[in-house]
Write a protein of this length. Structure first.
Length: 481
């Protein structure tokens, strides 16, 4: 780094992210522009890097990307020679509040919402933001106040766009109350899962309407509904249907009335068919669907460009690859369901790639032992047949497009997410090497030399370790067996 006359301002820019921001209402001196020079840029879309580019950040936004010199007075210059710049990564299927050891069953046993929030915050910093994931789409759970605190600068963390509590029928994938909880408690939404608003157990269009509107009132950016059975839940075989046609229609209607969309958890053709017909836009999982259904989805996307498939690669291919590899907190029945998913995903993901379906990536990796390894979902995309450029596109450019589908409910409406281009948020990573040549490079944290979110550096190992500019990732001991 050079241009030391502007060191003070840039130190403030780099350090503010780590300083306690109790006085957030106080005015801060605006940092100078930051000019990255001679970087090789993956813009979030193209498989070809923009070689020897210059990128200008002013405040929290990228204002110029050019292979010609950028002249600007007072800029602090960062020499990126030999480095690859990518957008910050976006995990499009995260469950922020489900990170205690028991996953979806956590709040039935020894954890309350406060402990869940504390555990969530630990992982949001150490295993998400500091590892280059600058945004997450939270898709079942209620971290909306954590998101608010992050956006206010009270605590560090990635951007969070959340669905709020998942919408499920009684006995569906979002019914996480204990088997022997009295039915009246579930019906009154008084079990801990619903009281914490991590999930809703509702029946009938009127109850669905109420739950959807409560989520949107809390600040949800979109709506998540359960369209069929799942692996990480107790009462629901994979082959069942979820919300009825009337219930799905009502959720889609209310979401559209608010300018946003519905995402669905589903695995098989019958559920995908129902949601494709009724206007759902984001299709999660789907690992048991047929080739004909894949073709229908691709045809619908080519016609409208308003649907997306969300690929949870690691959990379906690796974690569900065998009975023995299942998470330890799964029951025998849940592990058997997982094996079916692992068998189906290999053909289905190949079809999605072959027919060029619009795709995003989401880890679905939560709870200890998984959340630390989220980026292995990206490398798994390559193991499943996608190129490194495609895998990164799923987690950057494509993801940013879908984030904007929240419309007026989008908490980050001013600029683009997931791209290195003018009018994009300055969520920037610098890598020592080229992940488009070797995707496994992203798993080596020493190769990730800069993590910038919203124009502020949260990790910076480009400077010497004795420099005030040096900022390593936080490393804390594990607190579980």
């Amino acid at each position: 780094m050079k241009n030391s006359s502007f060191m003070a301002g840039v130190v403030a820019s780099f350090v503010l992210a780590f300083a306690p921001q109790v006085g957030v209402a106080q005015e801060e001196e605006a940092p100078p522009p930051i000019l990255f020079t001679n970087v090789n840029v993956f813009d979030g879309f193209s498989p070809d890097l923009i070689m020897n580019a210059n990128v200008l950040v002013e405040g929290n936004v990228i204002t110029q990307v050019s292979t010609d010199p950028i002249e600007i007075d007072g800029a602090f210059e960062v020499d990126g020679t030999g480095k690859t710049m990518t957008p910050g990564l976006i995990d499009m299927h995260q469950h922020v509040m489900l990170n205690p050891p028991e996953g979806t069953a956590a709040y039935q046993t020894r954890w309350d919402e406060a402990s869940g929030g504390a555990i969530a915050q630990h992982h949001l910093v150490n295993n998400i933001l500091m590892k280059g994931i600058t945004s997450v789409r939270d898709i079942a759970g209620d971290p909306l106040d954590i998101a608010k605190a992050i956006d206010m600068g009270l605590i560090p963390g990635p951007r969070i766009v959340s669905s709020g509590g998942a919408i499920s029928q009684t006995g569906g994938h979002g019914d996480w109350a204990g088997r022997n909880v009295p039915p009246g408690i579930i019906a009154e939404h008084a079990d801990v899962t619903q009281a914490s608003q991590n999930s809703w157990t509702v029946d009938g269009p009127d109850e669905v309407t109420k739950a959807v509107r409560l989520n949107l009132r809390r600040g949800a950016g979109f709506i998540k509904v359960m369209g069929g059975g799942g692996v990480a839940s107790e009462f629901d075989p994979l082959d069942i249907m979820g919300l009825s046609e009337e219930e799905v229609s009502k959720a889609v209607e209310i979401a559209a009335d608010n300018g946003t969309y519905v995402a669905v958890h589903a695995y098989h053709d019958e559920s995908y068919d129902r949601h494709l017909r009724l206007g759902t836009r984001s299709f999660e999982h789907g690992f048991l669907i047929s080739e004909d259904m894949v073709k229908r989805m691709v045809a619908k996307y080519e016609e409208t460009e308003d649907i997306v498939w969300s690929f949870q690669c690691f959990m379906s291919v690796n974690s569900f690859g065998s009975y023995e590899s299942m998470p330890a907190f799964f029951t025998h029945e849940q592990k058997l369901k997982g094996v079916r998913v692992g068998e189906g995903v290999r053909a289905m993901s190949k079809w999605m790639n072959e027919y060029d379906m619009f795709t995003i990536g989401g880890s679905d990796m939560f709870s200890p032992g998984l959340v630390e390894k989220i980026k292995e979902d990206i490398t798994c995309n390559v193991d499943a047949g996608f190129t490194p450029a495609q895998a990164l596109k799923h987690w950057t450019g494509n993801a940013g497009i879908v984030m904007a589908w929240s419309g007026p409910k989008n908490p980050y409406p001013s600029y683009h997410l997931g791209r290195i281009a003018p009018e994009s948020y300055a969520d920037i990573l610098l890598w020592d090497g080229n992940p488009l040549e070797d995707i496994n490079l992203i798993l080596d944290e020493s190769k990730l030399q800069l993590v910038m979110k919203d124009g502020r550096a949260y990790k910076n190992t480009l400077a010497d370790s004795d420099s005030i500019m040096y900022r390593p990732a936080v490393s804390e001991p594990k607190v579980y067996p």
